[in-house]
Design a protein around this ligand. Structure first.
Ligand SMILES: C[S@@+](CC[C@H](N)C(=O)[O-])C[C@H]1O[C@@H](n2cnc3c(N)ncnc32)[C@H](O)[C@@H]1O
Length: 211
């Protein structure tokens, strides 16, 4: 009998960062850092990290926004939230909420930026666009959103490698490779959209602006 997706993250939580860093020879942390540079958090800003996992990216973002800023991480897996709180605290400018981001949430016009890394592909197909709609409503007028993930529009060898990887390890999320990321962001109301490719086009960082 296999383990469910949630049980997988429950068990992996304390070792998630170090395991991924080792498996990718440091590439995972480097990619997250690059995505945060694209988000470009500034002192005093309010940032939401969707599916924040162990809280590492949220922590790095909180270092950029400083004590005048605020960072909220949300994740569905209790053990991930517990690891994040254990490492980075339970209060102050960086907090972690146990929350399924596919269920209703909106913080109208509250955030300067919203970040989601390596998680959009895991959300059920029917919910990915609604997460963008809620994100759009939760951003301030000139706010921006950064999506760091696999590239669903990859072509050629990068697509073959991605499909192979998902067939072996993430079969239930193979539908991500027919997800129209740009169309969904535009449909949610985002205007200017920029894409930065990584790892030969297998991964990408997408920056979408509200204003
Ligand atoms: C691959 S990990 C990425 C974690 C972190 N964003 C990072 O880049 O290191 C995916 C995370 O998404 C979370 N997740 C999956 N589905 C979710 C949902 N519906 N709502 C909130 N979090 C979810 C999982 O619990 C897990 O922590």
């Amino acid at each position: 009998m296999g383990i469910s997706h949630n049980q997988f993250f429950e068990r992996l939580a304390p070792h998630y960062d170090s395991l991924l860093d080792h498996l990718t020879f440091g590439g995972y942390a480097k990619f997250l850092r690059r995505a945060i540079r694209v988000l470009a958090p500034k002192p005093g800003e309010a940032i939401l990290d969707l599916c924040s996992g162990t809280g590492r990216a949220a922590h790095w973002i909180s270092q950029a926004v400083g004590s005048e800023g605020r960072v909220i991480g949300m994740d569905i897996t209790p053990q991930m939230v517990s690891v994040a709180r254990g490492r980075y605290g339970r209060s102050g400018p960086l907090i972690f909420l146990e929350k399924d981001v596919t269920q209703p949430w909106v913080f109208p016009d509250l955030f300067d930026g919203i970040f989601i890394s390596f998680a959009l592909h895991e959300l059920p197909e029917a919910h990915r666009s609604s997460v963008f709609l809620r994100s759009f409503a939760s951003l301030k007028e000139m706010g921006r959103m950064v999506v760091a993930d696999f590239n669903p529009a990859a072509t050629g060898l990068p697509r073959i490698l991605s499909l192979l990887f998902f067939s072996l390890f993430e079969r239930r999320n193979l539908n991500f490779f027919r997800f129209d990321l740009h169309g969904a962001l535009k449909g949610a109301g985002f205007g200017k959209i920029e894409t930065f490719r990584a790892t030969a086009g297998i991964l990408q960082i997408t920056l979408a602006r509200k204003g």
